[in-house]
Design a protein around this ligand. Sequence first.
Ligand SMILES: [Zn+2]
Length: 166
Amino acid sequence: MTSENRPMRRLWAPWRMQYIGGIEQNEECFLCEAAKCDEPAEDNLVVWKDDLALCIMNRYPYNNGHLLVAPLWHEAALEQLAADARLALFDGLVRTKGVLERVMSPDGFNIGLNLGRAGGAGIEDHLHFHIVPRWNGDTNFMPVVAATKVIPQSLTDLYGRLKDAL
Ligand SMILES: [Zn+2]
């Protein structure tokens, strides 16, 4: 099929709509829920957790392998993080990036923080870094129109591969 007769060039990502539609009703903070888990497991999608921070798979990924790294406590303000938490978060980002490199061999990454509703935060009261692996030719970070379909790999399948690589 050529680009001229391709009927739909829209990014197919219905889980994003589920996510956007769920923000207002959802009172619980899934990051605090994750912080309370006894240990990382497939059913909570926590990839790793230490005394200060955790990494969890995003259930509504922008791209395959989209992970979140967050402090264990409910904190919205970057400047309120103590020095040890800042270090733990950055170490966690480096560690998580390494796992994704080993498992998924991406060509690049988007690593970022959305602060406040205007900044695009889904949960604005519990800050969290997004780590999104990228491949040459994949879609843009938040495209409206793109030539590539996003086909989600099963979260649980990927979870197992990430755990194996830790
Ligand atoms: Zn929270």
